[in-house]
Design a protein around this ligand. Structure first.
Ligand code: HEM
Length: 194
């Protein structure tokens, strides 16, 4: 057991093995058809989405409010080590969520209707547009500004301070959008918007 949990790779692999065990136990009850493939894509989509929004909420609920409480000489532990690592998983999970989400909509045959906000796909269409705006913000506003704010790209002190503020405000904006976005994601299957 210890050997598994001392490695993140082995821990995640163990999680996948547990899913395989569930499938083997389910036996012939599972039909491996198109609908099942669609379901697997949904599962991957939710996994990626949790990684993305989990890290967004970590930044907003934990890291940002904690920074003023950390003594200056200890701040580099966050800005030089933790934040760059978190931002790596944050931006790539955002991209993976977009790709798997668009794949789910394509496999379900409603991508054009949803993006066109046509009934009965209005709820997921709004959710997809909100999440696309959020993903755009991650890649084209938050990440370029964080690179300046964290010193990954060297800039003057005033540019650095401005970049940190833009990244913070955009991250807050995404946190606001995450609330209606998730509402819409789950509303489609469950009649949340009628
Ligand atoms: C641009 C990004 C995204 C796109 C294109 C997208 C697309 C989709 C689509 C097409 C569905 C299936 C809806 C249905 O037919 O019921 C879905 C469901 C879902 N999505 Fe997203 N999504 C995105 C972002 C996110 C994010 C960031 C999360 C955060 C966790 C998320 C969580 C969910 C959840 C929980 C479901 C419900 C699954 C179910 O009820 O079976 N999505 N999404």
């Amino acid at each position: 057991m210890g050997a598994i949990f001392q490695s993140l790779g082995r821990t995640v692999t163990a999680g996948v093995v547990l899913v395989v065990i569930l499938l083997v136990a389910a036996g012939t009850g599972v039909k491996y058809d198109h609908a099942w493939g669609q379901f697997v894509m949904r599962w991957l989509h939710v996994l990626c989405g949790i990684m993305w929004i989990g890290l967004l909420w970590y930044f907003n609920f934990v890291q940002m409010p904690s920074m003023p409480k950390i003594p200056d000489e200890q701040k580099p532990a966050v800005s030089k080590v933790i934040a760059p690592e978190a931002l790596f998983w944050f931006r790539w999970s955002a991209l993976a969520t977009v790709v798997t989400g668009l794949a789910v909509a394509t496999m379900s045959g409603y991508i054009a209707s949803a993006l066109g906000l046509q009934r009965p796909f209005t709820a997921i269409g709004i959710g997809m547009w909100l999440a696309l705006v959020m993903a755009f913000n991650v890649w084209f506003i938050i990440w370029p500004n964080q690179k300046k704010a964290l010193g990954i790209v060297q800039v003057e002190a005033d540019v650095k301070a401005k970049a940190a503020r833009v990244a913070m405000l955009t991250s807050r904006f995404n946190t606001m959008l995450s609330v209606p976005m998730l509402f819409c994601m789950v509303a489609q299957q469950n009649g949340g918007l009628g």
